[in-house]
Design a protein around this ligand. Structure first.
Ligand code: SF4
Length: 698
């Protein structure tokens, strides 16, 4: 086909955290297709999204002019809004009018009520430079730390546990280290669906002899390559992991030298584990004691074992506890800091690592420097030339609550879709409707933009230059392949125009100017320059100097904690927040499909992907279907205490009885109408992996 190509542009896939490098093949300013490049995370491989997921940028529903809500159209009236024809609710506006209107509403609330009455949601789908500038705008333009993004619905609990125990929230080793492991544990993660190219590394390692242990309440195709598949009862990870550690301690399989030289608090954990024998935990987990013992021995005796985890671990009210257990397991067996070992929470979004690193989160300034530390604050105040709010800000779900309490009155949302992604989404939608002023910057009239006072048409990833940081800590450069449609604008330009109207005189002419500023505030990337990225395409951090190749393995000597030691933090059994009962007897869990990305705003508009998975479905175990007398394709109503949806049934033998699975990408049957917004107290992540529902055939 290459005869028909006008140009090729090297960039990175915008979907998952694997960060596959690719080449866009462009003709007539349209992306025809993409090919995998030999990037460090993908070695020329791509999954279906990276190959076929780009025509959303050319979709006719793409926003190409700013829109302002028409007078008299109520925000609650979203049901009558068609994203393909937003003119029933909105009118077109010039950029000047839209930006003035957007900024004046924010300024009014700031000036009348103070910065704490404002909040901003940025996005892990934007570049590092956009995320950095957005949080800087909220911090010094709005005057608040109320800035967050979807990491709060992702790995916030994993990061809370990692920072507490080993002093760094990033992965300790790239996923490619699976090739050097003889045991690979994948827990609460379905990488074939969610990190497809990473899964190919796990499969290949298993084929070469590594023993794969999969622990997940829901079965998965990667189990075909696994030596052990532990299909535990949902929400029982602490019980299962503590019982594994109980066996390791009882059978004297711990790495005593490692514990002595590199850790603290082991004695407390040891006492705590006494009561977690596999026999005592079998009724909780549903896993036989013999199998627990075998898996515990396999892990502890491995020369090199590595742990990968996902949202099945993090999205629980005990998500931080789940991660604490995984970290303890690795520390007590010395399975960290060497080739083939490590702790790797698989990051979901393509830039959720980078957006968190640059401080698109309410409690930290760039590089996880605490906003509550006066010395750090003073350093940034000097550097940014503005005063900072000394209190940490509110998180995603807390912001929704603050809107309901009338404490937050205006928001700026860039590239996030909380009207689909938040737990108990009716509550989140009510909050959006309650705002005095909502500015949304996006590609489409998303479910969130439907509540906006003003919508600013933004740039898609293939239209911009910028960097993103993948799950491996690899900072990678993307390049604009096609021009912006109509009068859509670069996000960096839009942020600066809002900033200018809030009194900030910024002149970042190119993303590289922002990147240069980032490297001055972040030691982790101080050896990485834009020029270096242009030449190498990818550099891993920590990277201390231009000569430093970057460090794939961390924790090789000690931990970045105050005393250099890793800390054992015992975790007790805490039940899920909402236990099934006679009215709501079934456990609902949620997640993604291979073909669709998160709330579907991009992939539902990608023609091939939507053709493969075009309608909402509930995955149901065969026994439940028999009980309901339901056939595949039948319509059912699913209710929780918070809402109900109608959805078609798909039979799925991988789902254990008593449980159903629904992907969260379908606006027509938004599963977050059902989910629970109870939070993990440390990571402030909601328990979207577990709530109680009932099912009725229509
Ligand atoms: Fe894109 Fe992830 Fe698929 Fe790679 S594995 S092509 S990064 S969605």
């Amino acid at each position: 086909h290459d005869d028909h190509i006008d140009r090729e542009v090297n960039s990175v896939c915008p979907f998952c955290g694997v960060g596959c490098q690719l080449t866009f093949k462009v003709r007539d300013d349209k992306i025809l297709y993409a090919d995998g490049r030999n990037g460090p995370a993908n070695e020329e491989r791509l999954c279906i999204k990276g190959r076929f997921g780009f025509d959303y940028i050319h979709n006719p529903e793409r926003l190409t002019v700013p829109l302002i809500r028409k007078e008299g159209v109520a925000k609650e009236d979203v049901a009558t809004l068609d994203p393909a024809n937003p003119y029933t609710h909105f009118r077109e506006a010039s950029w000047e009018e839209a930006l003035d209107f957007a900024a004046s509403g924010l300024r009014k609330v700031r000036d009348e009520k103070g910065g704490g009455a404002l909040a901003g949601f940025g996005s892990a789908k934007g570049s590092n430079e956009e995320a950095y500038l957005f949080q800087k705008l909220v911090r010094i333009g709005f005057g608040t730390n109320n800035v967050d993004h979807c990491t709060r619905l992702c790995h916030a609990s994993s990061v809370a546990a990692l920072l507490e125990t080993v002093g760094s929230g990033a992965v300790s080793a790239p996923f490619n280290e699976a090739e050097n492991a003889d045991v690979i544990m994948v827990i609460g993660s379905n990488p074939t669906i969610n990190h497809p190219v990473a899964a190919t590394f796990f499969k290949n390692a298993a084929k070469k002899g590594a023993k794969l242990i999969i622990i997940d309440p829901r079965g998965q195709s990667l189990s075909r390559h696994a030596k052990y598949m532990l299909q535990e009862k949902p929400g029982t990870d602490v019980a299962l992991l503590n019982s594994m550690m109980h066996v390791i301690v009882k059978e004297d399989l711990t790495d005593k030298d490692y514990i002595k030289n590199h850790t603290e608090n082991f004695e407390e954990l040891k006492v705590h584990l006494e009561e977690f024998s596999p026999e005592a935990m079998e009724p909780v987990t549903g896993i036989s004691p013999d199998l627990i013992r075998e898996v515990a021995r396999e892990f502890a005796k491995a020369k090199a074992a590595i742990i990968f985890w996902g949202m099945g671990i993090s999205q629980h009210v005990h998500g931080t506890d789940n991660s604490r257990c995984l970290i303890s397991l690795a520390l007590m067996t010395g399975q960290v800091g060497r080739p083939g070992t490590g702790l790797h929470p698989l990051r979901g979004q393509n830039n959720v690592q980078g957006a968190s690193d640059v401080a698109l989160i309410p409690m930290f300034l760039p590089d996880y420097q605490s906003v509550e530390d006066p010395a750090i604050r003073e350093k940034f105040e000097r550097f940014w030339g503005a005063e900072l709010d000394p209190k940490k800000g509110l998180t995603v779900v807390e912001i929704t609550e603050a809107v309901h309490r009338g404490e937050i009155n205006a928001m700026y949302i860039m590239g996030e879709n909380p009207a689909m992604s938040d737990p108990n989404v009716s509550h989140a939608r009510q909050a959006l409707a309650m705002l005095d002023h909502l500015v949304v910057q996006d590609l489409f009239v998303t479910e969130t933009a439907a509540y906006a006072d003003v919508i600013l048409p933004a740039s898609a990833w293939p239209e911009k230059d910028g960097t993103v940081t993948n799950t491996n800590r690899q900072v990678q450069i993307g390049r604009a392949a096609v021009p912006l449609p109509g009068d859509a604008r670069q996000d960096l330009w839009i942020i600066q125009e809002i900033a200018r109207r809030l009194g900030l005189d910024w002149h970042y002419d190119h993303p590289k100017d922002v990147f240069a500023e980032m490297t001055q505030t972040m030691d982790s990337i101080k050896g990485i320059s834009w020029e270096r990225l242009e030449a190498a395409d990818s550099v891993i951090y920590p990277c201390e100097s231009p000569e430093d190749p970057g460090q794939p393995l961390i924790f090789t000597e000690d931990f970045p904690t105050a005393n250099g030691l890793g800390k054992f933090v015992p975790a007790s059994l805490i039940s899920p927040d909402e236990i099934p009962d006679k009215n709501f007897p079934i456990v609902l869990t949620t997640g993604r499909l291979l073909e669709h990305w998160h709330t579907g705003s991009m992939t539902r508009r990608a023609s091939v992907l939507d053709a493969v998975e075009p309608e909402p479905i509930v995955h149901m175990p065969p026994a439940m279907m028999e009980q309901l007398d339901a056939a595949p394709g039948d319509l059912v109503t699913i209710r929780s205490r918070r809402g109900e949806i109608d959805i078609r049934v798909r039979v799925d033998g991988a789902v254990q009885n008593g449980m159903i699975f629904i992907p969260f990408c379908y606006a027509e049957a938004a599963v977050n109408l059902l989910t629970n917004d109870a939070l993990d107290p440390f990571g402030k992540i909601a328990e979207v992996k577990f709530c109680a529902v009932n099912v009725e055939r229509k």
